[in-house]
Design a binder for this molecule. Structure first.
Ligand code: NAI
Length: 500
């Protein structure tokens, strides 16, 4: 069977540059640093073997080193082919106390600009652990016992792998024109076919050991709920995304920062006075629209949900269908987590030099395969992750559009993702989620196999950990006021159904 690799990153000599950035990020991540102070001694994650799949950024480095400070062993991959910061990956492998010659950190399998094959091999690597001397002679895998996921690709490999292993075969590749055809699906099927042939009980062995998963994003959580509904979810899951201190902060304020960052680094085109079209007005869409508005851009929003459409209208945005604005908007940004939002036909009818990008989790929001098939279209690389697509026939001849990160999430492909302070909130939820599942497994309080949210009191704790750093002084409830509202003075302060 496959022997697990030590690590695979671009260049270990980038570690020093990465370490400086990590040191500065630690200062901006009070949530993670307070968890290190709170739990460093008691080591609640001792014995945890975490397979982590989140964009390998500087902020993720601080998350990884928080997990190890709490006792966990970790293997890591990025959850997107373009999102790794190579210096952060190198620094994590070298570790705070290691050297380039003698790395002592965490095995990372990630670099910026992976092929799809490499991407899925890296995801496979975080699920393969060196044999554990403590595991006993007949244990075939030391395997992970926890997954920390963003978008669900690590969980998908285990679930799909196990399903095909039980069925004894992996389905045939999909072809162009067939439903759900994508190059990436075929890459995954090929990997699972290889594993089934070489190592036919791998997924059974791996799945057996896994106590649970904590999932970072809207799209990954959506996949987990689908598995739970179909009765095929294999282990308990914590939906980190729907902690208030995650989706109402990272998805919104994080995007408000990192969307313009990505557009600026990619194109440096002025946003003020222009027109931006934002597809979707959920948490990410709200942050995106606000970012454009802050630059003096006129924003047009599309929605399928009447509540979100009305919110957009009340916030002062025009609500329209994409077809209405193809020759009007200078920027087209998708934030829906849905597929086929911008079609090849839309792309070929846009205003000359329109800038097109996606900030939702997967690259199926914009039909890039369809664009490549438009007759006569040519693609010019302006620089990595920035491509000009020029139409050469018909009345569009000579017009072009600029596509960012080949339709993959542009804030991580063209920039460095969300800033540390907002990620400290998201990742504090991740760490608490890992502790919850890992320490309660096998006890009366164990999380059953289902998708759970963290208790509100822990959500409030994450927020509390970030107030001092901003000089925010919280008002305390008097006992009489607490009594009047019928709540505990120490929280939770809101009912479960409160929407913030
Ligand atoms: P959400 O569910 O709050 O918002 C998505 C919105 O899109 C919904 O209001 C939905 O009604 C709307 N929508 C769906 N199909 C549509 C269509 N065809 N046209 C117009 N609107 C449509 O989800 P959220 O949290 O805003 O996340 C959106 C995506 O962004 C997800 O894929 C999520 O995983 C990803 N994400 C990306 C981040 C990044 O750093 N790039 C950070 C956080 C989330």
């Amino acid at each position: 069977s496959e022997s697990p690799g030590q690590y695979k990153v671009r260049d270990l000599s980038l570690a020093e540059a990465g370490r400086h950035q990590i040191r500065l990020a630690e200062h901006e991540m009070p949530g993670l640093m307070s968890l290190r102070a709170e739990y460093g001694e008691s080591q609640p994650l001792a014995g945890a073997r975490i397979a982590g799949s989140i964009h390998m950024t500087v902020q993720t480095a601080v998350l990884i080193e928080t997990l190890t400070a709490l006792g966990a062993k970790v293997r890591w991959a990025s959850c997107n082919i373009f999102s790794t910061q190579d210096e952060a990956a190198a620094a994590v492998v070298v570790g705070p106390h290691g050297t380039v010659e003698d790395p002592q950190g965490v095995p990372v399998f990630a670099w910026k600009g992976e092929s799809l094959e490499e991407y899925w091999e890296c995801t496979e690597q975080i699920l393969l652990w060196p044999a554990d001397p403590d595991a006993g002679a007949d244990a075939p895998y030391a395997g992970p016992n926890m997954i920390l996921d963003d978008g669900g690709d690590a969980s998908l490999l285990v679930h799909d792998g196990l399903a095909y292993e039980r069925a004894g075969e992996v389905p045939a590749d999909t072809r162009p024109g067939e439903p759900n055809h994508s190059e990436e699906t075929n890459v995954v099927l090929a990997l699972l076919r290889r594993v089934l042939q070489d190592d036919p009980l791998r997924w059974t062995a791996i799945a057996e050991n896994i106590l649970g998963v904590t999932e970072e994003t809207t799209t990954g959580v959506h996949r987990l709920y689908q598995l739970a509904e179909s009765g095929t979810l294999l282990f308990p899951a914590i939906n980190v995304n729907d902690s208030v201190t995650k989706s109402k902060f990272d998805n919104k304020y994080g995007i408000r920062h990192s969307l313009p960052d990505g557009i600026n680094r990619a194109t440096d085109v002025l946003m003020g006075g222009k027109v931006a079209f934002v597809a979707g007005y959920g948490d990410v869409g709200k942050g995106a629209a606000e970012a454009f508005r802050g630059q003096g851009t006129r924003v047009i929003v599309s929605e399928i949900d009447p509540i979100c459409a009305l919110q957009a209208a009340m916030d002062g945005y025009q609500v329209a269908q994409i077809e209405d604005v193809l020759d009007e908007a200078d920027f087209f940004i998708t934030t829906t987590g849905n597929k086929d939002v911008i079609t090849a036909d839309h792309l070929s009818r846009m205003k000359n030099k329109a800038i097109v990008g996606n900030i939702g989790h997967f690259d199926n929001e914009i039909d890039m395969a369809g664009l490549a098939q438009v007759p006569g279209v040519t693609r010019t690389e302006i620089k990595p992750q920035v491509h000009e697509w020029t139409f050469t026939t018909g009345e569009r001849a000579g017009r072009s559009i600029i596509v960012l990160s080949e339709g993959r999430l542009l804030n991580l492909g063209n920039a460095t993702g969300h800033p540390s302070f907002v990620m400290s909130n998201s990742f504090a939820n991740q760490v608490i989620g890992q502790i919850e599942i890992y320490t309660k497994a096998g006890t009366d309080e164990a999380y059953p196999v289902a998708v759970h949210r963290l208790p509100k009191i822990l959500d409030e704790k994450v927020a509390r950990l970030h107030l001092d750093a901003l000089g925010a002084r919280l008002t305390e409830l008097s006992p009489a006021q607490a009594d009047y509202l019928g709540i505990d003075a120490d929280g939770p302060y809101k009912a479960e159904h409160y929407r913030y």
